[in-house]
Design a protein around this ligand. Structure first.
Ligand code: CUK
Ligand code: CUA
Length: 676
């Protein structure tokens, strides 16, 4: 791997110090306008723009000078765009919109490149080509519960798929269609050493989404969670070592993996324990039917025992995929339930793995369960079976605390000081509260300590490394659903709004009022419109943990195999070869020419075309556009790409480079001629 040349960390620390000093100087300057010349020029700007001290402070905290790099990178789901968006923090500059489930022309993703087409086609459903995704939960690979910067996973809720992105080149390497379910939600999350990528279901369906009438919902429909085995050496999920659990058809929602003391366990919550079937059957629509009951069930899963069952072959076959049946899970003590308050959404495990934090959308509390108490209740058999025979643990026996945090709590993140941050959907605030032992003791424990207003209707929050075993604190991003009047109006479809919040300071007062808003030490820094789709979850990693290639390590590199393609054209062996009705093109690209730059075939020929970008300079990317054939490639330095098509249209097709790569970029072109 090439070493990357980052601005030294020391330099970045100085930068932060400088920014803070400048902030102080500015605020001081604002109070004593006219004292010094420099202060005078700052204050002129501040006065002209009518900025408050707090706004100036916020601006300085997010300002990353030209040429400097951000301290963190946030990987955010791109929602309906089917992609992942990488954003620098604190500047909120977009670094890359990583193409995943949706073709993307700039990266040449899905426009003829044979290896990429194979990745996308693996995500098709039967004969239907699926060319978009609804990405929800990105998950960075972990080592010992900490992000290691190697891989990123993401789910597609709309079609129950998962994708693997290699963070050496930030490209998607694998897409897998879940064989058990047609829709998912509780994914992706990883176990602390990325042995498994978790994909939980959502809306129940018969296993393999076969047909069954909704009247038979209770008997025929099922939920699921799938454990995809990740092979780190190959950088791929190994389907042959992966398996799913058959669950009752409660709508599983989010999952999280246990860590530290709870490593080896997985927690998924659910809604629709009511088994609502919709209006045409029982008169209650899903909205009313699904939220009718007082409790839903947190699923507590012993992953190690599940793995034993899978290895012992205790599975049934669903579309060629092994699924451990529900009765076996119950008998072996793999699955337990815990009642959780009305319409739960988030489940988040504390950094040490001691606590499971659940939020019910229709309950103003976060409910915190203790892992120790859960284990005790299991040992004591302190349960009653549910209608499918799954043991439901006694709520009071496993509950550690409940804290009133506001109306509509959803998701929780953690910091380095023993605080948790819960998004409050209906109140449009983020609530900060203190964890209990070992994080906080006595009076300090389990207390609401701050509520910062956001704009508006927050979904997830993401704190810097805030779901790992060692959260960083510093920054939190609130991923909001509605922006209302926050930005210049671009017509009726408004962007979502990401808001950066400084959480580095301790609360000033020990408690705050749950009915009001009192940031109590937290500060809103920046609004960022997200104009590509609705970002659900995001993860924020320290930038110095990422170590991507600057250029591909060798000329002729195939990003699909992450090694040199033996077929790669190299300088001196460029050629066009005919083999019956197949024409093989071996082409190189370099500033500012393609070799060869004339290719002639006959109508009906199959064309297999390889291009190597032989550049070894940083950022010397060439594009390749072939008009009329829907082909566009991005050829990064060193990369070889192969595309294939049938020359079904005769004519004259000038091809050209789509990246302005040099003064003679416009001359980087050629002709593809198809004889009639
Ligand atoms: S979900 Cu969208 S705000 Cu898919 Cu994690 Cu909660
Ligand atoms: Cu190569 Cu423009």
């Amino acid at each position: 791997m090439t070493e990357r040349s980052a601005p030294p960390r020391r330099k970045r620390r100085w930068l932060v110090l400088f920014a803070l000093t400048a902030a102080l100087a500015l605020v001081a300057g604002a109070c004593t306008a006219g004292d010094g010349e420099a202060a005078g020029s700052y204050t002129d700007i501040i006065n002209e723009r009518g900025l408050t001290d707090e706004q100036v402070e916020a601006a300085l905290k997010t300002y990353v000078p030209s040429g400097q790099w951000d301290e963190y990178v946030m990987f955010a789901s791109g929602g309906h765009s089917g992609q992942v968006i990488a954003i620098g923090i604190p500047s909120m500059r977009i670094l890359k919109n990583i193409a995943v489930f949706t073709p993307e022309p700039w990266q040449g993703w899905g426009y003829g490149n044979v290896e990429q087409m194979k990745v996308l086609e693996a995500g098709n459903v039967g004969d239907n080509q699926i060319s978009w995704g609804d990405t929800h939960h990105p998950a960075l690979s972990e080592t010992n519960g900490d992000y290691d910067g190697q891989f990123l996973f993401i789910n597609d809720k709309a079609n129950a798929r998962v994708a693997v992105i290699d963070l050496r080149d930030w490209e998607t390497k694998q897409i897998l269609k879940n064989p058990v379910s047609i829709v998912d939600h509780g994914g992706t999350m990883v176990t602390p050493n990325t042995e498994y990528v978790i994909e939980g279901g959502q809306y129940g369906n018969p296993l393999g989404w076969e047909y069954a009438p909704l009247e038979e919902y209770e008997a025929e429909y099922r939920g699921m969670v799938t454990f995809w085995k990740f092979d780190r050496d190959k950088g791929r999920i190994d389907e042959s070592q992966s398996f799913a659990l058959e669950l009752p058809p409660y709508w599983q929602d989010l999952c999280d993996a246990g860590k530290n003391v709870s490593e080896g366990w997985v927690f998924c919550n659910s809604f629709n324990v009511e088994l609502a079937k919709g209006k045409s059957v029982d008169g209650a629509d899903f909205e009313a039917g699904v939220s009718a009951g007082e409790n839903d069930y947190l699923h507590v899963i012993n992953l190690r025992k599940a793995e034993e069952l899978f290895k012992a072959g205790e599975t049934i076959d669903v579309k060629g995929f092994p699924v451990i049946p529900l009765d076996k899970l119950i008998d072996a003590g793999v699955l337990y339930f815990i009642p959780e308050p009305k319409s739960p959404h988030g489940i988040d495990i504390s950094p040490g793995g001691e606590y499971m934090v659940v939020s019910g959308k229709l309950d103003p509390h976060v409910t915190i369960y203790s892992f120790d108490k859960i284990q005790q209740a299991i040992a004591d058999k302190n349960w009653v079976p549910d209608r499918y025979g799954v043991p439901v643990l006694d709520f009071d026996a496993v509950k550690e605390a409940q804290i009133e945090v506001g109306l509509g709590p959803l998701h929780t993140q953690f910091d380095d000081k023993g605080y948790a941050y819960t998004s409050i959907f209906l109140d449009s605030v983020v609530s900060r509260w203190s964890l209990g032992p070992p994080y906080k003791e006595g009076d300090e424990a389990w207390k609401l300590v701050g509520r910062i207003p956001i704009q508006y209707n927050v979904g997830h929050v993401a704190a810097a490394e805030g779901d790992t075993v060692s959260p960083d604190g510093n920054y939190l991003v609130s991923l909001n659903k509605w922006s209302i009047d926050r930005f210049l109006p671009p017509g009726p479809l408004l962007p979502q709004n990401l808001q950066l919040i400084d959480i580095s300071k301790e609360p000033i007062n020990p408690t705050v009022d749950v009915t009001g808003t009192d940031p109590n030490g937290m500060q809103l820094l920046y609004d960022m419109p997200m104009a590509l789709g609705e970002p659900h979850y995001a993860q924020i990693i320290k930038a110095d943990k990422l170590n991507p290639f600057e250029i591909y390590p060798e000329v002729g590199w195939d990003p699909a195999t992450m090694q040199v393609d033996p077929e790669a054209p190299v300088p001196g062996n460029e050629r066009v070869e005919r083999d019956g009705n197949t024409v093989h093109v071996y082409m190189t690209a370099v500033r500012s020419r393609y070799t060869p730059d004339r290719v002639e075939v006959k109508k009906g020929d199959r064309v297999i075309w390889h291009i190597t970008n032989i550049e070894q300079s940083l950022d010397a990317t060439h594009g390749f556009a072939l008009p009329g054939y829907n082909i566009t490639l991005s050829l990064e330095p060193g990369e070889t790409a192969t595309f294939e098509f049938t020359a079904n249209e005769s004519g004259t097709f000038p091809f050209y480079c789509t990246e302005f790569c040099s003064a003679l970029h416009l001359e980087m072109a050629g002709y593809f001629l198809v004889q009639p």
